[in-house]
Design a protein around this ligand. Sequence first.
Ligand SMILES: [Zn+2]
Length: 491
Amino acid sequence: MKKVMTMAAACALAFGMRPAAQTDAVKAASDALGAANVKTLQFTASGANFSVGQNFTPSEPWPRVTVKSYTASINYDTGSMRQELVREMGTTMPRGGGAPFTGEQRQVQVVSGNFAWNMAPGPQAGAPPQAAAAAGNAVERMLLVWATPQGFVKAATANNATTKKGKGGTEVSFTVGGKYKMTGVINARNEVERVQTWIDQPIVGDMLVETVYSDYKDFGGVRFPAHIAQSQDGFPALDLTVASVTANPAVDITVPDNVRSAQPPPVRVESAKLADGVFYLTGGTHHSLAVEMKDHIVLVDTPQTEQRALAVIAKAKEVIPNKPIRFVVTSHHHWDHLGGIRAAMDEGATIVTHQSNKAFLERVAKTPHTINPDRLASSKKSLKIQTVGAKGVLTDGTRTVELHLLTNYEHTGDMLVVYLPKEKILAEPDAYTSPATPTTPLVVTAVPYAAALYDNIQRLKLDVQTIAPFHGGRTTTVAELAKSAGKGGAN
Ligand SMILES: [Zn+2]
């Protein structure tokens, strides 16, 4: 026994750390935060959350949405958490993307272990829970549990954290779930001041999620920060002012059967021929367009994930056989439409994008993907990029593909719509999604975008017979767009 202890001491000394100091900082924080006695925790707050991946330009912050109320209920013993948010849209929507809504919107997001799900709020409150679609949701939410101050010291203790003296306090590092690195700073007041973790994101790779805790107070016997500020990929993602904290309330979260047995929906790509050599690729929530050129294919948008992009690329090659995909046009930089861009880079295609995205895509091509390595992470192909200003043209002498930048368009600053002058086809994401049937009214928040698209079509004098939206279920016409946009009678 004595010998073992001496060995341990020797090893620790070899790394320049004293074993006592290692556990001291975590233990002191644990004592100050009462972590050992906190099995469950609930806190209420208000502030803002932000639409990550939906900024107006790649260098601007994520669009801000007010959070009128926020309640987190955590059970540390079972590794589960329920977050209830009421978000509130002001009179003007923030510039940029994000699912549009008006008034108030309630969200209920739950995680337990490897399962994440959402509950339908309001009138559908009795509806069965929906398994959270993205595989990363459970990881992201699980890491949120262990990033809370009490959670962090519990996880540090359970995962044999290492410590070292750093700027502003003791740096504590460990790995959760054998895969996810967490580091934090415990300051001189024994408070968890900052927690960093990294999650896999298809575009920016190992994405930094950093949470900063400040203004610690005694909330009825529990020390907890009055201010929580989280950033994702360098921009604010959540900003909360805490109103109340309750230690050890009843928090019973069980994984619903339908969530436990849910299978991720298969990736489906369907194709519809819009004209000779022009294919509308649908089947999911985000569509693409494949255009046959003399000796190659032009593909517009590789959305969502690498998996979706690979299926879209395969379908394009199936409907247009024996030709390489030489150009992949990315309509705009929003992450839902850009998720498969690294698969397009790996394919060896030249990425065609608005000039304002060049620096961002150069970063995307090189960003580390160690948590969930993708094809480009191993092929390390170098980026081929071609940028477009107000207008770009791809042509083989016979077929012409025009790219036009939308102006006065609040959704994004870099939206390129794709126009085929000979075929009179316009492909566009997000500006206009035709309602389920021609008589269904357009949701009110989408009207400004539809109006902007209509105005741009007039400004550019485009002769459009078919609009192929990248969301929704069907192609449409300028007449229907005009009607939805409140431009009745025109065209
Ligand atoms: Zn968008």
